[in-house]
Design a protein around this ligand. Structure first.
Ligand code: UDX
Length: 437
């Protein structure tokens, strides 16, 4: 392999990128400032739930190709290409993104860079960040213009992180030199035939914001249709199935329900509108505020519907909540629609008992006021209503008779339009869902 790689930041993106690059045959050194996280990773333990990733991590620790450190000096000595994978969370009380972790990485790494190398940003950033960091890098690095920045946004989905990294739909590289382009083409060559789009910095940054804006808009579009269906007596699941046959529309990201959450879509569309405002182009993205509002209204509607089936009040009523993660196959509870609903119902006096196959520990730590159970059946035991809020396969394949045997009343609200209505109604359940009669 022509280059030695480093990865700065070992969260979702960084841990996956580091393990997968080692899997491709590169020698990789990954850094985090969190000593305990690095110790766990060295032992082959992942701080997150991501199917398939732990195997890749362990295999490459064993082969010696993947190592972890907390030393910037070591990283600078080791690497030819440094991938920056730190988070850009939403600023408290603002829509804008907080890019201070990126600045901190450049400020910590650059003073040790005394030879030719490429620093590659992968984090999702407000457009204009790359140009600013490129200037900072060259200014702070002893090697000066022998160091260079490139921008290479990452599109991986949680739950499919390994697959999305090793078999991406496309690779976008924003560069200012042919040398940087060549290095990144070489680095990704082991992936085989993947379309590569080479752009300038602003376009590369914008591709990521635009992709997430499009996905969020598609989800909120179908959820807006769900609102209209609710008003008109239509069925949004049939509507979306019919739309999906049109290849121009397509059926993916067209599932109506409780809407999107997680560490990316919500904060990224907010940051995108904030940045557009700064650039004087806020009007162009005004619709994204509506996309956000439609999305949040689904959570309120879910609480309303649950209250409705209980006859108007939550006070002292037993509510089983199935799901805490923002989506199935993840333990991530950041901006989780499911947890938001559970917390709101508890605030309204409901006696909530929650179960999730992977996110229980995270949910418990964040919201100790809720009740928790170790299985779906335990959560549903004695419940007057069951709410399905994250469509884990474990919940979708629940037997309505098994669940019916433990609840106080056979009443279920399907927040993800994930259950077989005929099956549940056939077993005597009062079945309600978002966007359908
Ligand atoms: C997303 C993007 O897909 C990814 O490309 C980007 O890099 C990061 O953000 P992720 O946050 O892992 O990835 O989640 P994703 O699978 O896209 O789902 C986002 C949310 O939308 C989830 O809460 C999911 O439940 C919801 N969703 C998705 C719907 O409500 N309906 C759908 O049809 C699809």
């Amino acid at each position: 392999m022509p280059y030695r790689l480093t990865v700065l930041g070992t969260g979702y993106l960084g841990a996956t990128h580091a393990a997968c690059m080692a899997e491709l045959g590169f020698e990789v050194l990954a850094l985090d400032v969190d000593q305990s996280k690095i110790e766990r990773l060295r032992r082959g333990e992942l701080p997150i739930h991501e199917p398939g990733l732990e195997e890749v991590l362990r295999r490459n620790l064993d082969s010696g190709r993947l190592r972890f450190t907390t030393s910037y000096e070591e990283v600078a000595k080791f690497g030819d290409v440094h991938f920056v994978c730190v988070g850009t969370p939403q600023k408290k009380g603002e829509r804008a993104a907080d890019v201070s972790y990126l600045d901190a990485v450049v400020e910590s790494l650059a003073p040790h860079l005394d030879r030719e190398c490429l620093v590659v940003g992968k984090s999702t950033v407000p457009v204009g960040t790359a140009e600013r960091l490129a200037e900072k890098l060259v200014r702070l690095a002893p090697a000066g213009t022998q160091t260079e920045l490139a921008w290479n946004p990452e599109f991986l989905r949680e739950g499919f992180a390994v697959r999305d990294t090793l078999r991406p739909d496309r690779i976008v590289i924003g560069v200012t030199s042919e040398r940087a382009e060549k290095i990144l083409r070489d680095v990704y060559a082991p992936l085989g035939e993947v379309p590569i789009v080479v752009t300038d910095f602003p376009t590369a940054e914008l591709v990521k914001s635009a992709a997430n804006a499009f996905l969020a808009t598609k989800i909120s579009f179908i959820n807006a249709m769900a609102e209209v269906c609710e008003a008109a007596g239509g069925d949004v699941t049939q509507l979306s199935a019919a739309l999906a046959y049109d290849e121009r529309i397509g059926g993916r990201y067209l599932n109506a329900g409780l809407g999107f959450g997680g560490g990316c879509l919500p904060k990224d569309i907010r940051a995108f509108t904030a940045r557009a405002d700064e650039l004087g182009a806020g009007h162009a993205l005004a619709f994204l505020r509506e996309v956000d509002e439609i999305n949040l209204r689904r959570r309120a509607r879910m609480v309303g519907l649950a209250g409705e089936v209980l006859g108007g009040s939550f006070g002292g009523r037993r509510v089983a909540v199935l799901g805490a993660a923002f989506k199935p196959n993840s333990d991530d509870i950041r901006d989780s629609p499911a947890l938001d609903v559970a917390v709101k119902i508890a605030e309204l006096g409901g006696l909530v008992t929650l179960y999730d196959p992977a996110a229980l520990a995270n949910a418990r730590a964040a919201h100790p006021q809720l009740g928790y159970a170790e299985s779906a059946l335990e959560a549903a035991s004695g419940a007057e209503v069951v709410l399905l809020l994250t469509e884990w396969q474990e919940f979708v394949s629940l037997d309505p008779e098994d669940l019916g045997a433990v609840v106080a009343a056979r009443v279920i609200v399907d927040g993800r339009n994930a259950l077989d209505v005929e099956l549940w109604r056939g077993a005597g359940w009062h079945y309600r869902a978002l966007g359908r009669p």
